[in-house]
Design a protein around this ligand. Structure first.
Ligand SMILES: [Zn+2]
Length: 222
């Protein structure tokens, strides 16, 4: 049994859970969890069916992407995950999906403003758009690393998908669902052509302060 079994199992269980909920499909997307103590992380393998995955399939890499465990080739987005873990010590779990509604908003260049208290409490002040760069390229890594510096927990990637961050995996899964709900509500509101109402600025700042307080705890440990 691998010394990283606990983290590999968490990645397998989460990938299956997200597949059953419809947020991951086929081999699209990827997810990772930071492994404290080794300056590394466990990540889904490249191009492999989520429902067939077992812990041994999950790759363990250090932050320079040297392999430490797992039998498969790591996701092509491993450099992006490493860059986020380096840029955001408060983040221990990353989920990248190709989920439909946020992806649709990215297609029409609409970031999600602060619409719901719950959204800001978990996803941040707004869900911003990361400009297009091809998957697996240095250009995408650089662009993503720059954007996550605003300390939000959700982003939409133009012509690609969504990116969710959190202090722990359970919360990252929750964030995937919160983002889907907000994106759908915003999309429907935009379709009416009516003015879209935002939450008051003061409420937004209180919710965001709570999120930052929660997450700084994790940052201190890394
Ligand atoms: Zn992708």
């Amino acid at each position: 049994m691998s010394e990283y079994q606990e983290y590999q199992q968490l990645v397998v269980d989460t990938a299956k859970d997200l597949t059953h909920k419809g947020f991951l499909s086929a081999t699209g997307g990827n997810l990772s969890v930071r492994i404290p103590g080794i300056k590394g992380f466990a990540i889904t393998p490249s191009n492999y069916d989520y429902l067939k995955m077992i812990p041994e399939d999950i790759c363990v890499l250090d932050m320079e992407l040297n392999p430490l465990g797992g039998e498969r080739r790591p996701s092509v987005e491993s450099t992006m995950h490493a860059a986020i873990f380096k840029a955001r010590p408060d983040v221990n779990a990353i989920i990248h999906t190709h989920q439909v509604y946020p992806s649709t908003l990215a297609l029409i260049g609409k970031p999600i403003p602060a619409l719901f208290d719950e959204q800001v409490r978990f996803l941040g002040r707004s869900v911003n758009i990361i400009p297009y760069a091809p998957s697996g390229t240095g250009m995408l890594v650089k662009t993503v690393a720059k954007h996550v510096g605003d300390h939000n927990n959700a982003y939409i990637m133009t012509n690609h998908g969504a990116l969710l961050l959190a202090g722990e995996m359970e919360r990252a899964v929750h964030n995937v669902a919160v983002l889907e709900k907000c994106a759908l509500a915003y999309l429907l509101a935009l379709c009416t052509g009516e003015k879209v109402s935002h939450i008051p600025l003061a409420v937004r700042e209180i919710a965001f302060a709570k999120l930052r307080k929660d997450q700084k705890k994790y940052g201190k440990e890394n």
